[in-house]
Design a protein around this ligand. Structure first.
Ligand SMILES: NC(=O)C1=CN([C@@H]2O[C@H](COP(=O)(O)OP(=O)(O)OC[C@H]3O[C@@H](n4cnc5c(N)ncnc54)[C@H](OP(=O)(O)O)[C@@H]3O)[C@@H](O)[C@H]2O)C=CC1
Ligand SMILES: CC(=O)[C@H](N)C(=O)O
Length: 262
């Protein structure tokens, strides 16, 4: 058993989650890998046990299924070996807002919003009581850009950034580190799974490069890591502009431009 905290990774069967599993295993962390495809998880777990000598548990879980989500919540609440939660599982859906339909939208919100929020809520009390622990939430640059035309997907990722920033404020002083990672287009299965041809996507980042950059941000204890953004000052200016509004938002009167002419 490793003396490092174990890492619970959702969506570890492919793409970004599978590479994180590889990297954390190479760093000597034991792992709990969750996703629906148990065959892929078992194969990855076996390889990482052999290559890195770490302990790897596999949990078959559909994060949109109440019983499976509750099982992972219980594991996070009770298993004191788990010191890092990586909320990575996520998906996109084909179509536009007018064509996607309520069911697909609800499922997307269940996976991209409800599940990571509930998993963070399950582990936060234990981490806060222990005065240590880390939560990594995988958002997306799409959450900064409604212009990209992925309205509900982007909204779920905007939620992830907001959730992460709120948790940083609530848990940071208790010794818990929370990181929001905002990848841009990365070469994974998410494209074909959501009905898009990956060959039409420009500026795709290799998934290994994405995860290695995100881990540089993790090691630096960055609050928000945007691997493709060349100038970190641009996000800092964006966030500073938001904060500059805050003192002006609570007013007893509507702004003059909204008052009916006398
Ligand atoms: N690739 C990209 O361009 C970008 C990706 N992201 C985000 O990165 C994260 C990982 O995606 P990525 O690696 O790209 O895509 P993949 O499709 O390769 O991986 C998605 C992972 O989520 C799991 N998953 C999907 N649905 C469920 C479910 N209902 N319950 C449990 N697990 C589920 C999948 O496993 P299984 O099918 O076995 O359940 C898989 O392991 C997502 O949150 C995505 O939004 C953000 C920005 C860019
Ligand atoms: C699903 C997507 O649009 C993409 N993976 C992204 O988040 O950039």
């Amino acid at each position: 058993m490793s003396d490092r905290p174990a890492v619970l990774i959702t969506g570890a069967s492919s793409g970004i989650g599978a590479v994180y599993a590889n990297r954390f295993a190479k760093r000597g962390h034991d792992l709990v890998l969750a996703a629906r495809d148990k065959g892929r998880l078992d194969a990855l777990a076996e390889r990482l046990r052999n290559e890195a000598g770490v302990a790897v548990d596999v949990v078959k879980a559909d994060l949109t299924a109440a019983a499976d989500l509750a099982g992972l919540e219980a594991r996070l609440a009770d298993d004191a070996r788990i010191g890092i939660l990586l909320n990575n599982a996520g998906a996109s859906i084909p179509g536009t807002f007018a064509t996607q339909g309520a069911g697909a939208v609800a499922d997307l919100i269940a996976l991209n919003v409800t599940a990571p929020t509930r998993l963070a809520a399950a582990v936060a009390p234990r981490f806060a009581a222990a005065g240590t622990g880390a939560i990594i939430n995988i958002g997306s640059v799409v959450g900064l850009a409604p212009e990209l035309g992925l309205t509900v997907y982007g909204a779920t990722k905007a939620f992830i950034l907001y959730l992460s920033q709120g948790l940083q404020l609530e848990l940071g002083s208790k010794g818990v580190y929370v990181q929001a990672v905002l990848p841009a287009a990365t070469r994974t299965e998410i494209w074909e799974r959501s009905g898009r041809d990956i060959n039409t996507v420009q500026n795709l980042m290799d998934v290994g490069e994405l995860v290695d950059a995100a881990l540089v941000g993790f090691d630096r204890r960055e609050a928000v890591t945007i691997p493709p953004l060349p100038d970190a000052g641009q996000f800092e200016a964006f966030d500073a502009a938001r904060k500059a509004m805050l003192p002006n938002l609570g007013q007893p009167r509507a702004a003059a431009r909204y008052r009916a002419a006398a």
